[in-house]
Design a protein around this ligand. Structure first.
Ligand SMILES: *Cc1c(COP(=O)(O)O)cnc(C)c1O
Length: 375
């Protein structure tokens, strides 16, 4: 009965590891900043903003309180509101749509395609006289076809605001997620690829006017001298989080490399199963560089597979609690039908994908999946 001793516990995500992976360095950082009392809008935040901009080839980066505020601030600075319509893929976090809602504009959900990214043809069909912007989600650590989206946006005079909450470091034709549209937003929620010890977010842009407006919006409408020159919010990235993120950013290439290795292991272990649809393998498409925020597959008998994995000590999850945005309760979008997305949500599943996993953990997950389908 060899499989008894083979039983492992592979959680879907390992929250303590966000801290324990670098416990000594992070503790030293926290002590240093605490003793200096450098909590709000201090040097570490400026350093992190500069390093994040350099990492993504963006001209400007602004640290904010979280990825959702980043979207709200971007939309507000772009002057979007009123009757404006903003098109987004329904396979995204509710935050994408909520940001549109709270800007006063109308969220217009559309289908995703086979790679789970926004379907550009579906966006084209959703454009009306009221459409002002497209908000693609750079989902699962992948950047969508930004050339096709930009061509469409230019044709109709639309802005592109990227929800790159899951996309830090991913690229399309060498360009970094978040740095391609008018504005892009990043989330540092602990389970994101660059995770803080709490909430955090950032906004990227190459547009100086947008940069100035968004900088004011995140700090009570105050300019560099501290003078209030307009309405603003309190949505600053804590200096402590900025210091932690700046440290982690200096190790981020390792994080990305390991995630791509894990994806390659899954690919090699699972590609023979025709009951599964795997995400594109690392290096398989010249235009894309993916960072694997998530490893989202499609699976026959998805619910039964998930139960079988759980019985074998393996955590897995259906993204967004199992529903695309347009099927969430009381958002006023339930009348909308997106058949491709809805069918896909019967099949999609995220396997464990994080750098606390060993190669043996990955092989154990794959072996268990093969056992489910082949025995
Ligand atoms: C995490 C996430 C957000 C929200 O980021 P927060 O920092 O949690 O506010 C928005 N959009 C997507 C696609 C996300 O994954």
């Amino acid at each position: 009965m060899g499989h008894i001793e083979n039983l492992r516990n592979v959680p879907f995500f390992n929250y303590p590891f966000v801290f324990t992976q670098h416990e000594k360095e992070l503790t030293d950082l926290i002590i240093g900043i605490g003793r200096r009392g450098a909590f709000i809008l201090q040097q570490e935040l400026e350093d992190f903003e500069r390093n994040l901009a350099a990492y993504t080839d963006a001209k400007y980066a602004i640290g904010v309180a979280n990825g959702t505020d980043a979207l709200i601030i971007a939309l507000r600075a772009a002057g979007i509101g009123g009757d404006d319509e903003v098109v987004f893929a329904s396979h995204t976090y509710v935050a994408t749509a909520a940001a549109i809602h709270f800007s006063g504009a109308v969220p217009v959900p559309v289908e995703c395609g086979h790679d789970h990214m926004i379907d550009v043809d579906a966006v084209a069909k959703a454009i009306t006289a009221k459409t002002r912007a497209i908000m693609p989600t750079q989902l699962n650590g992948r950047t969508c076809d930004m050339d096709a989206l930009q061509t469409l946006a230019d044709k109709h005079g639309l802005l592109i605001i990227e929800d790159a909450a899951q996309g830090l470091g991913s690229r399309f034709k060498g360009k970094y997620a978040g740095s391609i549209g008018l504005v892009g937003t990043i989330s540092f929620y602990p389970a994101k690829t660059l995770g803080s010890l709490g909430d955090g977010g950032a906004i990227l842009t190459n547009d100086e006017e947008m940069y100035t407006k968004m900088n004011l919006l995140r700090d009570h409408g105050r300019d560099i001298e501290g003078e209030v020159v307009g309405w603003g919010l309190n949505s600053r990235l804590d200096n402590l989080q900025a210091a932690i993120l700046d440290f982690k950013l200096s190790h981020y290439d390792n994080e990305v490399e390991r995630r791509r290795q894990i994806a390659s292991l899954y690919q090699a272990d699972l590609e023979m199963l025709d009951t599964l649809l795997l995400p594109p393998a690392p290096g398989s498409e010249p235009d894309h560089f993916d960072v694997f925020q998530n490893y989202e597959i499609e699976a026959d008998c998805r619910d039964e597979l998930q139960v079988f994995l759980r019985k074998n000590g393996i955590g897995s999850a259906v993204q967004w609690g199992g529903k695309p945005v347009h099927k969430l309760s009381n958002l006023g979008l339930e009348h909308i039908n997106l058949p491709f997305t809805e069918k896909m949500f019967q099949r999609c599943l995220m396997l464990p994908m994080n750098t606390s996993m060993s190669d043996d953990d990955v092989h154990y997950v794959s072996k268990t999946i093969r056992r489910f389908y082949l025995s």
